[in-house]
Design a protein around this ligand. Sequence first.
Ligand SMILES: *Cc1c(COP(=O)(O)O)cnc(C)c1O
Length: 368
Amino acid sequence: MRINVTRSSMPPMAEYVEEIRDLWDSHWLTNNGQKVLRLRDELRAYLGCPEVELFTNGHLALEALVRSMGLKGEVITTPFTFASTTHALVRCGLEPVFGDVRREDCTLDPDGLESLITERTCAILPVHVYGRLCDAERIQQIADRHGIPVIYDAAHAFGVRKGGVPAAALGYASMFSFHATKVFNTIEGGAVTTADPALAQRLALEKNFGIANAESTPAVGGNAKMNEFQAAMGLCNMRHLQEEIAGRKAVYEHYEQLLRGVQGVRLLDAQEDVESNYAYLPVFFDHQAVRDRVCDALAREDVFARKYFYPLVSDFECYQGRAGFDSARTPVAKALADTVLTLPLYPGLAPEDVEHIAQVVRREAARG
Ligand SMILES: *Cc1c(COP(=O)(O)O)cnc(C)c1O
């Protein structure tokens, strides 16, 4: 049977049916319905952030954040991420400036960050890639010295905490994705978290045509609201979140037993004092050719690992020839992208499948 890199978590069908039943009484399907409001309250508590604005997906949440802040000019960010991070900036008329990442956790490197700041820099947008937290303390210090806000792409960091501090408490604001493939899903969905109520208000306008009330439209907003069926999925999945993360942890630890310390295979180390969500299992090989061979060998066994994140965003054909989009400027990110493979990881992935996958990885890596 085909094994994909992930499998969307779903509640028991009866539970979802029960959750959506009252929508047939209210006939209220979107526009701040009861379920969206309930999910927002639950997420405020869980993510540990006073303001949570829900969106129809994470990408539009990020675009709304950028627009709501009125950013203009250059934004320092990482090329080692999903297309969405960079596209959101470019689609909003901003200029990404790419900093390199750290080999040990793939996040934006605070060393060298300050040298990228110019008088046109309006924000820093790091990514907690694979759920690994950025060095928020050092990044914030640099940003504060220059009076620049830090906003995080926290799409991978749902539920991650460091020393008890939740990811959502870092920086001025964060975007979370609740896409079907993420640790927590609302089918499609996303949120912006912030402690600034004024920003939350602008985000609420941004996702609903700029309409404040029946007779007042103070902003030229778009439409990016979460609907009641999405929120219902979220309410159900929240009830199973602890099992979800525990199930991922078990599979993750099984892979670690089989792969950590194996010659030619590098796993990322656990981050000190960090409560992980076990979102992804990236492994790094010595050369691109080995990575490609492992990926092909797995595919022949009907196992579809993914090269997250290859190619680097700065190498996308849509950005060819664009000033500043040159992966040679971020050699560490380029080396990581060229050698990474993200293995299948989801609760309930059978131990014998994990063993089989690890065996193929070890066999192909050993051929050098
Ligand atoms: C998933 C993801 C997004 C976009 O989220 P969607 O909910 O799919 O729109 C943005 N950034 C990163 C790093 C992601 O992985």
